[in-house]
Design a protein around this ligand. Structure first.
Ligand code: HEM
Length: 459
């Protein structure tokens, strides 16, 4: 009888501690010792089996839908306090399928292609406020831009006062609800405390802060939703307008609560991830003058092929989301092992992206690997690379916002390089990879120095 995949013998405490401090070190070491499929154990969670090759990952993605792998259940406890019960992130089965069908069309590449000009305007306004000639954290500046993109283009909010309120409240809600004080409480207790009128009087409780912020945000969003239902704006292209107009297979519209939950879902899944992807791209670029020079030359000549290759290589070498876990409904036979029902199984994106058979010299930042034919690339290797590149996950739960994220990255990188010469602060080596929730962040939040460019190339 096949056994579960092997893993370290260390106690669950030590595995958890090591994971929190140095996830990439733990993953790399365990893969070297135990092979391409291994088990790690963390305090308070089912055992988690990690998959480190594209072939095996495809088997896991094939479990989506009704195949016995539930991505929603894995995310539920973390996400539900903020995103609510009607979120694409945390639903499974039929309710997930219904929401996916409603949310996909408004986020499709064609539907959002008209967002380019507004993203450019948002970026240019933000760049006016950047400090020059002194180090600053690019990740924070990127987050300001990606937050504005979500509020204006996804929520469709133009009213200045409402925009200002949301821009203040949303980051605070995300921070408070992701804080360890809040997350460490058992789920049931957390909910009871948040709902209790008595405990709501205790201002220093994390549950009180989350409840107060959530109410303020919800009041604004529900007000916006009812105003727009009462007076739809002709020809509006923001995601909220499209969700209001959408109908499911039975011809039914989404409820206000469903729409509220999906707006917060897109905010939560979409703005920090995109900001981190951008931060890593610049963190890599300022440390590689060859790539940066080639990118500038290509952009100046009006090309965007190299820009796309740079973005792909940044998301490969520094994937923002390191894994795509599923909870198993039934046992899974895979790679000569059997994983029991009730365990997690996760394509480990961070190591799949370092598979040398798909990406030779994986430590090198080499966008050329993603350029179409030429440059001595062989087609078989290209196909391997294509299958192994999965920064947005895979299967039916593939990131629904991937096209928006890539559009933002293209526009923002171009505008930043048009306006500034960027460099790493003197003596600053590559930034460490830091775990933040399910993402991997640059340890110093991508510190750079921006210098105004004297000659601004034509766009
Ligand atoms: C660089 C930026 C981004 C990265 C790296 C990223 C990555 C991911 C990954 C790895 C998943 C899980 C896929 C899986 O389990 O197979 C995911 C799911 C998701 N993402 Fe993104 N994402 C990004 C931007 C966005 C944006 C801009 C939005 C929305 C506007 C978004 C919305 C979502 C949603 C709603 C899901 C859940 C999909 C489902 O379960 O059906 N993401 N994303």
């Amino acid at each position: 009888m096949p056994s579960p995949p092997p893993g370290p013998r260390k106690s669950v405490f030590r595995q958890t501690y090591r994971f929190l401090r140095d996830p990439m070190g733990l993953f790399g070491e365990t893969a070297r010792r135990h092979g391409p499929i291994f088990t790690l154990r963390y305090l308070g969670f089912p055992p988690e089996v990690y998959i480190t090759t594209a072939e095996l990952a495809e088997r896991v993605y094939a479990l989506d839908g009704d195949g016995g792998g539930r991505a929603g259940q894995v995310r539920k406890d973390f996400m539900e306090p903020v995103v609510g019960r009607h979120s694409l992130l945390s639903l499974d089965g039929e309710p997930w399928r219904r929401h996916r069908k409603l949310l996909s069309p408004p986020l499709h590449g064609r539907a959002i292609s008209g967002y380019r000009d507004e993203i450019t305007r948002i970026t240019l306004r933000a760049l006016d406020t950047w400090p020059t000639d002194e180090p600053f954290r690019l990740r924070d500046r990127m987050q300001e831009i990606t937050l504005e993109v979500i509020i204006r283009l996804v929520f469709g909010i133009n009213d200045a006062a409402r925009f200002g309120r949301l821009r203040t409240l949303l980051p605070r809600l995300i921070d408070e609800s992701g804080s360890s004080q809040f997350m460490m409480l058992p789920v049931g207790l957390r909910e009871r405390m948040t709902a209790s009128p008595l405990l709501r009087r205790v201002p220093y409780l994390a549950t009180t802060r989350v409840a107060v912020l959530r109410e303020a945000v919800d009041a604004l969003l529900h007000d916006e939703i009812s105003q727009r239902r009462a007076a739809p704006v002709e020809g509006a292209t923001d995601v909220l307008s499209r969700l209001l107009a959408a109908r499911d297979a039975d011809g039914e519209p989404m409820t206000d609560q469903e729409i509220r939950d999906e707006l917060i879902t897109m905010l939560l899944a979409g703005h920090e991830t995109t900001a981190t992807g951008l931060a890593w791209t610049f963190e890599r670029l300022v440390r590689d003058s060859r790539v940066l020079d080639r990118l500038r030359a290509d952009l100046a000549a009006g090309g965007d092929e190299y820009l796309d290759a740079v973005i792909k290589e940044a998301l490969r070498s520094r994937p923002v989301v390191y894994e795509a876990p599923r909870l198993l409904d039934r046992p899974l036979a895979i790679g000569g092992h059997e994983i029991p029902a009730g365990w997690y199984v996760a394509p480990l994106i961070a190591l799949i992206h370092r598979d040398p058979t798909a990406f030779p010299d994986p430590d090198e930042f080499r966008p050329e690997r993603f350029l179409p034919a030429g440059e001595g690339r062989d087609e078989e290797a290209a196909e391997r690379a294509r299958r192994s590149w999965m920064p947005f996950g895979g299967g039916r739960r593939y990131c629904v916002g991937a096209q928006l994220a890539l559009l933002e990255m293209r526009v923002i990188i171009r505008e930043v390089l048009n306006r500034f010469d960027l460099e790493a602060p003197a003596g600053a080596g590559p930034e460490a990879v830091l775990l933040k929730s399910v993402t991997l962040m640059p340890g110093d939040r991508a510190r750079v120095i921006a210098r105004a460019r004297t000659a601004v190339p034509a766009r």
